[in-house]
Design a protein around this ligand. Structure first.
Ligand code: TYM
Length: 333
């Protein structure tokens, strides 16, 4: 294993925009946990990003604490890793402003997530929604991250982060590490159970389209039983079988089995039985997380102690980069 000095830096964040889903878990959080043994890891709840969509304050506060408690519930050690709330570290907003001035309108205008979200929230296409990837670039570049574990939907945001960093470095010298996305081979894009052509999303209005990490066993199984599939009754990955492909991916990612093993295991088995097996495997994976979530979420004082400590360690690292940036640009800092 790499020693402390040569460990690569990993950073990633998650928005507290609702109850986290199985998609967030399989696409991102599971990798965070896996990487936390071998890398120097920093993980944050990206609460500043979340107000690009209007939030009800009491609910927003609850979602922030729920999301933070879930990071602990998946066994991310707050001593070994830095875990914090993005809005608690002012350097994120400060660097985002500077980087805004090194990002082109045309680049941001190409972002598919901006296009999708501005259609979905047509009554509130605010400037924050547009410059959202710049704040994300600030999150990453402040910590000189080498690797950023994310789901496939964030790839474009990683590309613009790299472009902004390279542009800045070209002008001022080596200020930022150029980060690489880390996208898992399996589970990088978990699809909706109700419409397998759409990504599973916590902001989906149809609650049957996603499995929430806190759904109880009966709910998980019911949602899988209702999952949209095809009429072939063949548990095999193939083009056009989007529903079944998604369920096989979920089953493999959760159990660690390969696609071939899974297809063999369910040869000649009907969809009803297969869906039940997927639901049971997922519920089994979530049960210990839910238990630990309840433990951490109850103790508000302990949670606060952990996110405050995380923020002060994060702020220390972030300020080093911010100071360098401000001086390079010419500010009296
Ligand atoms: P967010 O909060 O939408 O999602 C958190 C993580 O979950 C992944 N994810 C998925 N993976 C597989 N299948 C799905 N259906 C699925 N849905 C979500 C996302 O790819 C992400 O990795 N902008 C980011 C948060 C962010 C961030 C950052 C990430 C803010 N600053 C800096 C990395 C680095 C977001 O909205 O993710």
């Amino acid at each position: 294993m790499a020693d402390e000095v040569s460990k690569k830096r990993v950073l990633s964040c998650i928005q507290p925009s609702g109850m986290l889903t199985l998609g967030n878990y399989l696409g991102a959080l599971k990798n965070w946990k896996n990487m936390s043994d071998d890398y120097d890891c920093i993980f944050a709840v990206a609460d500043l990003h979340t107000i690009t969509v209007r939030q009800q304050p009491a609910e927003f506060r609850k979602h922030i604490l729920d999301t933070f408690a879930l990071l602990l519930a998946i066994d991310l050690d707050p001593q070994k890793n830095i875990l914090f709330l993005q809005s608690n570290v002012s350097a994120h907003s400060q660097l985002a402003w500077v980087l805004n001035c090194y990002t082109q309108f045309g680049e941001l205008n190409r972002m598919t997530q901006f296009k999708e979200k501005s259609q979905k929230h047509a009554d509130n296409v605010n400037a924050g929604l547009f410059t959202y990837p710049v704040l994300m670039a600030a999150d990453i570049l402040l910590y000189q991250a080498d690797l950023v574990p994310v789901g496939a939907d964030q790839k474009q945001h990683l590309e613009i982060t790299r472009d902004i960093a390279m542009r800045f470095n070209n002008i001022y010298g080596d200020v930022f590490t150029i980060p690489q996305p880390f996208i898992g081979k399996e589970g990088a894009k978990i699809m909706s159970l109700a419409d397998p052509l759409k990504k599973m999303s916590k902001s989906d209005e149809n609650q049957n389209s996603y499995v929430a990490l806190l759904d109880d066993k009966d709910t998980v199984i019911r949602k899988f039983k209702r999952a949209v599939t095809d009429s072939q009754a063949l548990v095999k990955k193939a083009d056009g079988k989007d529903g079944i492909n998604n369920l096989i991916t979920i089953y493999c990612t959760v159990t660690g089995k390969t696609v071939a093993q899974t297809e063999k295991e369910f040869e000649g088995v009907g969809y009803g039985e297969f869906k039940l097996a997927v639901g049971e495997a997922v519920a089994k994976e979530l049960a210990p997380i839910q238990e630990k979530f309840n433990y951490y979420r109850r103790d508000k004082a302990k949670l606060e102690e952990i996110y405050r400590d995380g923020a002060s360690r994060a702020q220390y690292l972030a300020n080093k980069t911010l100071g360098k940036v401000m001086k390079k640009v010419g500010f009296i800092y």
